[in-house]
Design a protein around this ligand. Structure first.
Ligand code: SF4
Length: 627
């Protein structure tokens, strides 16, 4: 077993009540490293093709990074992977917090869950002791109540709990998994897959240290990060305001998704900015395991939208989705809607975009008050975002329709509603305006999990020399405009996509690394070598990233998700209504050419299928049988 790992993959069959242990060979660890790539290796090998996401045969994998539990900032995240019930594609969601290190301390690199329990259960892992425990009393509880219920049951406040809320139990197709009341494996409905298996939570307590090859070198790297962080303006701003710090600059650039992506500028954005959040509602600060940035804010609201502080403050994505995207600038209502999502286990992006979709349908007479439970569902209605978010979590009235996601909801409504359904492959588009950042547009289109803003470092950075210089180890050589979608931008996209895919396999936080942030690219190679003892290189590690992208593509191809699905909604080819980018639109022909160039650069054929040669070069020839 290599240093840094535990050498154990836990296998749980909920149908049979069986628990087994796998001991992967070193070459599995070296080729797939952890997180996304390791989980994909198991998913692609073990999930029968065309399995329905809610079928008990679907597999749910909790997959750690090799760095989890090391005393390093931004290095202790984990992926949850499955077939997504929202998109019917490969599904993946990452979260920070404290769950991943605890799983490592308990002695496991991953947990593979199959089958369906006859009645509600949770998985209890305490070092070697692993049990499937009755969860009848936890079913129906919020994520916070489930966590405290399990901690009380075992009289241990340090148990780490990844739990679903009522939304996952009710199979809301974008239900998420929450740990520590705020850290979400947010996207693609991983919480709904848990719910379909009658699995309320995975609870972990671990007491065993693990071995790193060069612990002193790891500590020196941690000290280096502490110094570099203080000098990095991007990271120190992140500590103060969290991701909401980006809201005002995006608005001024004309890239803040507003009123269901019709516009790029929100008139009264100051009232919901990061600065306003910090000044008026700040109620404490926290962060993930060992991370010095501590970018997570608590918020406190009193009065009509009084919130429960333990569920944290909204991130930029949440303010965008419930705020500008719904035409709402009432920050108190946004904080409350965010709390409703974390409490019930609902993805904030899909929830907000689903409400914005319904608002546009309502304003265009496609939905009426009889269909919205009497709610005046217009853009700007702050009460409505709170009311409808709660209804979605409960699958109640209009919430039951929107809990299906915008693609399915539009199909059910008919009457031209699909025009307002902002999604890619069934997943709601995040709060990054694709007409502003064209690399992000390509990322939305070709992402294996549907619209995802974390496919690459965002385009705006590459307009500046500073970031280009920092990305030089990846082969980035000169600045390029955000609005560019030519061949050079696609080449940049591919380089960064491999890097980001690697980050999701190492489980590094995107806020801590990359071309603009603290962990410089060569430092990441140093970290992996110091923890594992492998004499690795950036080239070898980027191959892991590429393997991840390619295996995800193979998974989708065998599920019937192909080139025809690498498309964007029509609205993104239409002009933005206002703001600094008023009139900007993506050129359809340019986008289609970019997709074709992407296939070619990736070594895929014209239909977007990885070639035999490419698969063999990546050492994943075994996956050819998948499609
Ligand atoms: S930067 Fe923020 S999200 Fe990332 S690891 Fe640190 S505290 Fe967690």
């Amino acid at each position: 077993m290599p240093y840094g790992y535990r050498g154990n993959v836990l296998r749980v069959d909920l149908s049979r009540g069986k628990i087994l242990l796998d001991k992967p060979e070193e070459d599995i660890y070296r080729n797939y490293i952890g997180g996304r790539a390791l989980a994909l290796y198991y998913l692609l090998n073990e999930l029968p093709p065309k399995t329905d996401a809610f079928d008990e045969k679907n597999i749910l994998i909790f997959s750690n990074g090799v760095l989890a539990g090391a005393p390093l900032s931004g290095a202790s995240r984990f992926s949850v992977v499955s077939k997504s019930p929202l998109t019917n594609t490969y599904g993946e969601a990452e979260a920070g917090g404290y769950f991943a290190p605890e799983l490592k301390f308990a002695g496991y690199d991953a947990v593979i869950i199959k089958g369906k329990a006859k009645s509600p259960v949770f998985l209890w892992i305490k070092d070697e002791r692993v049990e499937i425990v009755d969860a009848e009393k936890l079913w129906g509880l919020t994520t916070g109540e489930a966590q405290s219920g399990i901690r009380k049951m075992f009289r241990d406040e340090r148990i780490r709990v990844a739990s679903i809320g009522p939304a996952g139990e009710r199979l809301v197709r974008y239900a998420c998994i929450i740990n520590e009341n705020r850290y979400a494996n947010g996207r693609g409905g991983m919480g709904a897959v848990m719910g379909s298996k009658n699995l309320k939570a995975v609870a972990v307590r671990g007491m065993k240290k693990f071995k790193m090859k060069k612990p002193e070198a790891v500590k020196a790297l941690a000290r280096w990060f502490g110094r570099a962080y203080r000098e990095n303006p991007d990271a120190s701003g992140l500590h103060k305001l969290g991701t909401p710090k980006y809201l005002m600059s995006l608005n001024l650039s004309g890239g803040l998704p507003t009123r269901n992506f019709r516009a790029g500028y929100m008139e009264d954005a100051e009232s919901m900015s990061g600065e306003t959040l910090g000044e008026k509602y700040h109620a404490g600060q926290t962060g993930c395991y060992a991370c010095v940035i501590r970018c997570k804010m608590n918020a406190k609201v009193k009065g009509k939208f009084e919130n429960d502080t333990q569920y944290g403050a909204p991130e930029y994505e949440s303010i965008g989705a419930f705020g500008s995207c719904c035409g709402v600038s009432n920050l108190e209502a946004i904080i409350k809607a965010n709390e409703i999502c974390n409490r019930n286990g609902v993805d904030v992006i899909s929830c907000g975009v689903s409400i914005a979709f319904a608002m546009e349908c309502f304003e265009n007479g496609i939905l009426n008050k009889n269909e919205t439970d009497g709610i005046d569902l217009r853009f700007g209605n702050a009460n409505a975002i709170v009311e409808v978010a709660e209804k979605i979590a409960k699958r109640e009235g209009i919430g039951n329709l929107l809990a299906e996601g915008v693609a399915r909801a539009a199909e059910k409504i008919g009457r031209g509603a699909e025009k307002y359904a902002m999604h890619v492959k069934g997943k709601e588009i995040p709060m990054h305006e694709a007409r502003f950042k064209r690399g992000v547009a390509l990322g939305y289109g070709v992402s294996p999990t549907g619209a995802d803003h974390l496919q690459m470092e965002h385009d705006t950075l590459f307009e500046k020399e500073y970031y280009v210089n920092r990305a030089k180890p990846l082969g980035v050589s000169r600045t390029i405009k955000s609005s560019d979608l030519g061949r050079e931008k696609v080449e940049l996209f591919v380089k960064l996509q491999k890097w980001y895919s690697l980050a999701n396999s190492l489980e590094l936080c995107f806020f801590t690394l990359g071309s603009g942030r603290v962990w410089e690219i060569p430092k990441v190679v140093e970290i992996v070598s110091a923890v594992t003892g492998w004499k690795t290189s950036l080239e070898e590690l980027l191959k892991v990233g590429e393997r991840g992208i390619t295996m995800a593509r193979c998974f989708n191809l065998r599920e019937g998700v192909t080139k025809k699905d690498d498309v964007l909604p029509d609205r993104l080819f239409e002009p933005l209504e206002n703001g600094a980018l008023k009139g900007a639109a993506i050129d359809r022909e340019e986008y289609e050419k970019a997709v074709q160039a992407y296939y070619e650069i990736m070594g895929w054929d014209e239909e977007g299928r990885p070639t035999k040669e490419k698969m063999k070069e990546l050492g994943i020839g075994w996956a050819l049988r998948a499609f």
